[in-house]
Ligand binder design. Structure first.
Ligand SMILES: [Zn+2]
Length: 319
């Protein structure tokens, strides 16, 4: 009995030993004449900086492949090897491993959220069906001051930044290239106009680009906030004897009204019309706010895909 048992178990063991090589058999190297994905490599896809490109500006491309399998196809979009969707057209379509191409201006998207890395995967394929994706994502930018193709009355920065900023009490934001200041607000209809300056340098805080834009919007919105403080129940001409849009009671009796020399019976208050009490009171408050919010000026940096070819008011993601 014992002996038989031993033989059986030895037999089982031998069977296992024999079976093992079969289950772990390597299928062997692929046909060496077929290119595997690993042989294709994406080295560069660059504008002026590595893996950062600007719509409308030249892009340098460079890949490696052995053996050569012309023509190649480069695509920029999103997805993976099996489900890839090209998004940014490339013109001329690159057919070689190295060369130059561009994303045409006509491809500028409607939404700011389509810039950056959203569609930043490069796919390189060869004629022999070898395909690879970039391991590094491309960031796509827009030319800051170029006029937008979807609304040619405004520059790209205005068109795209307007989508991401909190406008608060501002009902409508307009671009006015003739405006000789950063912005102006009509608190009655809540329409704010801003100029090119609002995207450049803020001389109050010395912040620039989208930071100047953010501070300008906060400043202009604050004129509405002040209006609501002075007119908590809305504007009433019966309560505004001198028609200067400040409430009589507030002009004569509030601490701010007294401090800034307001007079409810005198439209020019203590100073004169143009830089009168109203101008000084509001500008002091709105400019103080700019300094206060300067500490959170980076709020929209991750969504700023602007590129300034003059390198002066550079986008926050380009740096
Ligand atoms: Zn102002």
């Amino acid at each position: 009995m014992r002996r038989i048992k031993l033989v059986l178990s030895l037999f089982t063991f031998m069977n296992l030993l024999l079976a093992q090589p079969e289950t772990t058999t390597n299928p062997g190297p692929p046909n060496p004449l077929l290119c595997s994905a690993g042989q294709l490599e994406i080295i560069d896809f660059n504008g002026e900086k590595a893996f950062k490109v600007v719509v409308g500006l030249p892009i340098t491309i460079r890949g490696m492949h052995s053996p050569l399998e012309n023509p190649y196809s480069w695509q920029l979009g999103h997805g993976d090897l099996t489900h890839f969707a090209p998004y940014w057209p490339l013109s001329p379509p690159p057919l070689a491993l190295t060369g130059q191409t561009t994303i045409p201006t006509s491809a500028l998207p409607v939404n700011n959220s389509d810039f950056g890395e959203t569609h930043g995967i490069i796919k390189l394929s060869s004629n022999a069906n070898a395909t690879t994706l970039s391991t590094k994502k491309v960031q796509v930018f827009f030319n800051k001051d170029e006029y937008n193709i979807h609304d040619n009355s405004v520059p790209n920065w205005f068109y795209y930044w307007k989508q991401i900023i909190n406008l608060k009490l501002i009902s409508q934001l307009l671009f006015d290239p003739q405006l000789e200041d950063y912005g102006s607000t009509d608190p009655l209809n809540r329409i704010t106009k801003i100029s090119q300056q609002a995207s450049e340098n803020n001389d109050e805080t010395d912040d620039d680009g989208i930071h100047a834009f953010f501070e300008t919007i906060e400043h202009e919105n604050h004129h509405n906030v002040i209006w609501d403080e002075i007119w908590p129940n809305g504007y009433d001409p019966a309560l505004d004897t001198d028609n200067d849009f400040y409430r009589d009671y507030w002009e004569d009796l509030s601490s701010a009204g007294i401090a800034y020399g307001f007079h409810s019976n005198d439209n020019s208050d203590e100073y004169g019309n143009e830089f009168g009490s109203g101008y000084m009171y509001e500008e002091d408050n709105c400019r103080n706010l700019e300094h206060l919010i300067s500490s959170i000026k980076t709020l929209y940096d991750l969504e700023d895909w602007s590129y300034d070819p003059n390198l002066i008011y550079q986008g926050k993601q380009w740096k």
